[in-house]
Design a protein around this ligand. Structure first.
Ligand SMILES: [Zn+2]
Ligand SMILES: [Zn+2]
Length: 388
């Protein structure tokens, strides 16, 4: 708790940064004002700042007073969502149709707070890189930073991420070793038959019927082909076809997502979806086209770094407030690209908000400022315990 007290001086400043960022949300790869704000702050703390990595990414580098080759990366995400804010706040979004509804404004403020504190208290051994990543939502800004040469330009040995979850107790932490968030794939399917009069279906090859078969057979993949213990999901989320009562259409299109943790499960799901569609071609006289795209890999926390992160949280909030066996989450995170390249771990911080308006990606969501100092203190503890 000592650190929480000493960082309390920064709380008002972190709130102000968070509210500024909340009022000026920018979506994937458009985070120009956000990046300029972050870069200006990091420069004012006397960090070496590099901008424009992976589009709008920013990295600030801080050297400890004791020279050492060890380098760690701490990562926050910068993008907002395409949601119209419904909160009545002084700092509500000034951009119609866009808002920080996932708490990335809070993530940035916590990491900036840690950067300022450590710049003023640099008695550690090695180097810290503060990584502000664009486009976490859907667009893979983590991958963009890697493809732009992040690791070559600004190498580091291990990398750490942090995300808030509203329903977890305020100021607590949760984590697990191994898979913590699922891999995320998408698919687009077109089923082409031959339409006709709805009263004479035997003269058609009905793509609506074939689509219905496909949707129900996809569920047999996750209930009969993959091991239930290993966890996977297939969701068809859009279906389009036809436009009236009495005409069987020529074409039905649909799309959806799959989630899983293990590469062999991903292989089974992708190949079985394709086999089911091939089977429908034979049995129902339709033709099918599928585009299956692997988007984010699973977030897999490495053992050593997870144990180190747990130690940093226990020092801060005590054993009772650190849940070390969090159930894996079917949501996805592109921090996974960094974790595929370097060891590291993804920590969850509890925001303790009511279910009514506290959910991520809801128009009534607002990051809980009360955890700003806790999150910043976690980052500081991690640096001070790893770089000694
Ligand atoms: Zn989100
Ligand atoms: Zn998020």
């Amino acid at each position: 708790m000592k650190l929480l007290n000493s960082i309390a001086d920064l709380e008002a400043e972190m709130r102000a940064w968070r509210h500024h960022l909340h009022a000026h949300p920018e979506t994937a790869f458009q985070e120009h004002q956000t990046a300029a704000f972050i870069a200006q702050k990091l420069s004012s703390f006397d960090l070496d700042v590099k901008q424009g990595i992976g589009g709008t990414g920013v990295v600030g580098t801080l050297k400890g007073t004791v020279v050492d080759s060890k380098v760690i990366g701490l990562r926050a995400d910068m993008d907002s969502l395409d949601i119209q804010e419904e909160n009545d706040l002084k700092y509500r979004s000034t951009v119609p149709g866009k808002m920080h509804a996932c708490g990335h404004d809070g993530h940035m403020a916590m990491l900036l707070g840690a950067a300022k504190y450590l710049a003023d208290n640099p008695a550690f051994k090695g180097v810290v890189r503060f990584i502000f990543q664009p486009a976490e939502e859907n667009e893979g800004g983590g991958r963009a930073m890697l493809e732009d040469g992040l690791f070559e330009m600004l190498p580091f040995d291990a990398v750490f991420g942090l995300h808030n979850i509203p329903l977890l107790k305020e100021g607590s932490f949760a984590i697990r070793t191994g898979p913590i968030m699922a891999a995320f794939d998408i698919f687009d399917i077109t089923i082409k038959g031959s339409g006709g009069h709805a009263a004479m279906p035997h003269t058609t090859h009905d793509p609506v019927m074939a689509a219905a078969q496909a949707i129900s057979m996809f569920q047999s993949i996750v209930s009969r082909n993959t091991d239930p213990i290993e966890g996977s999901v297939i969701s068809v989320t859009e279906i389009k076809g036809g436009n009236t009562y009495n005409v069987i259409p020529d074409i039905v299109s649909m799309r959806g997502t799959t989630r899983h943790f293990q590469p062999h499960i991903q292989d089974i799901i992708e190949s079985r979806i394709k086999e089911i569609l091939k089977g429908l071609e034979t049995s129902m006289g339709v033709t099918t086209v599928i585009k299956y795209e692997r988007r984010y890999p699973a977030v897999i926390n490495t053992t050593k770094e997870t144990e180190e992160a747990i130690r940093a949280t226990v020092m801060l909030v005590g054993d009772d407030n650190v849940f070390t066996n969090l159930a894996p989450i079917m949501g996805s995170e592109d921090f996974s690209f960094m974790l595929k390249a370097r060891p590291g771990t993804f920590m969850i911080i509890g925001a303790g908000m009511p279910r009514t308006n506290g959910m991520l990606h809801c128009s009534g969501f607002d990051f809980n400022d009360k955890i700003l100092t806790t999150g910043a203190s976690y980052w500081i503890n991690l640096v001070q315990s790893l770089l000694v």
